[in-house]
Design a protein. Structure first.
Length: 387
């Protein structure tokens, strides 16, 4: 009898724990469909912050409607299943705050961060348009996820271990398994692409995996992983363009977009500015030199100005990188040739000489320097008598 009573008590506690952790509700996305979406309740909206009136953007002023998203804070009991970039759905609560009304979704929030606080526990910060909700009590829910994110993340960690040990085949297998469990995670596609790139011959596969990671870039698990990806993607696109040649410019055209994203998110990172400079400079030297249209000349001037601006920003963060000075020498040698016989000839020649000195100072011997570039530096020094 005692054993039976204990059994029923155990079952009751288990069911109660399960129901409190995964509370299922149903909601309609629109009135056009009679099929409700199955969702799991994750928490409550505890704060909605609207941008300051004095920060209204130009579009909002023209439309006389505030088009900026609201910043939303959610209190969640358990962050399981919530990821950056994910969409959470807002449902109106019943007045008693205990049950959840099966009805239309009244708002959506894009997750920007998930963090734990000392006094309030787990919270989520996101963005959404919540003008119609006003002060009504609202709860947040996520779609019943069919992916196995935690199992996939564990597989990715195992892949990282194999990759660090140099066991590329095992790493590739684990990364592919992680993707099969959660195909939309950019972390997994980035890891798989990086492993393919290490093979040397797998750069085509790297391009495919990196493009998928770029497509889902808002879902990266953390900002550090996203920064590493953006820097690697810029480096890879430059490498891929050099391998494929000028006949395939799609990778070169994507470079400025990736560089802009990186500069916006991580303006104090040296490598972001280094590869932004190389991106603009590479686009400059591969623009159509034979065409003499007004638009092309304007485009080349913009690329030249951007290159110099990115170079100066990189120099302000680090001056001891010989690769940066090598690129700077190539850039100013190009400008020196273009402006021969003009007032700017001496300016660009002197900058070539200055970076040539820095190149010799910081050169590590890790790669060969072009003899043509060294001869250009010597010629500039000879003409200025700066030996």
């Amino acid at each position: 009898m005692i054993r039976i009573l204990f059994y029923f008590l155990f079952i009751s506690v288990s069911l109660a724990a399960q129901s409190s952790q995964d509370r299922i509700t149903f909601a309609f996305r629109s009135q056009a469909s009679l099929d409700p979406l199955r969702m799991i309740i994750v928490g409550d909206v505890v704060g909605i912050e609207k941008a300051s009136f004095f920060e209204v953007d130009k579009l909002s002023q023209e439309l006389e409607v505030d088009t900026r998203p609201d910043t939303v804070t959610l209190k969640v009991s358990n962050p399981k299943g919530i990821r950056v970039g994910q969409t959470l759905y807002l449902l109106e609560k019943d007045p008693d705050h205990k049950t959840f009304r099966d009805g239309n979704i009244v708002g959506m929030v894009t997750v920007k961060s998930v963090y734990q606080t000392t006094f309030f526990g787990w919270q989520v910060r996101g963005e959404g348009y919540l003008r119609l909700i006003e002060d009504r009590p609202v709860t947040a829910a996520r779609l019943l996820d069919t992916t196995k994110y935690e199992e996939a993340f564990f597989a990715k960690k195992k892949g990282d271990h194999f990759f660090a040990k140099g066991l590329t085949d095992e790493a590739l297998r684990m990364y592919k398994h992680a993707i099969s469990l959660d195909p939309g995670s950019p972390d997994f596609h980035y890891a798989l692409g990086k492993a393919h790139w290490k093979d040397g011959e797998g750069y085509v596969s790297t391009a495919f995996e990196y493009s998928l990671a770029w497509k889902n870039k808002e879902r990266f698990s953390n900002s550090q992983e996203k920064l590493l990806f953006l820097v690697d993607y810029m480096r890879f696109l430059i490498y891929y363009f050099k391998i494929e040649g000028k006949d395939n410019k799609k990778h070169l055209e994507k470079l400025p977009l990736v560089a802009k994203e990186a500069r916006t998110l991580y303006p104090k990172n040296y490598e972001v500015w280094l590869y932004s400079f190389e991106s603009a400079y590479t686009n400059l030297i591969h623009s159509n030199l034979e065409e003499n249209s007004v638009d092309l000349r304007k485009r080349r001037e913009e690329l030249s100005e951007s290159s110099e601006m990115f170079l100066n920003k990189a120099l302000s963060l680090r001056r001891s990188d010989y690769y940066l000075h090598k690129l700077a020498c190539e850039f100013y040698n190009l400008k020196w040739k273009e402006y021969r016989g003009t007032q700017k000839e001496k300016e660009y020649r002197d900058k070539l000489i200055d970076h040539g000195k820095q190149l010799r100072l910081y050169y590590t011997g890790e790669s060969n320097l072009s003899e043509d570039l060294l001869n250009a530096i010597r010629l500039a020094e000879k003409q200025s008598n700066s030996f």
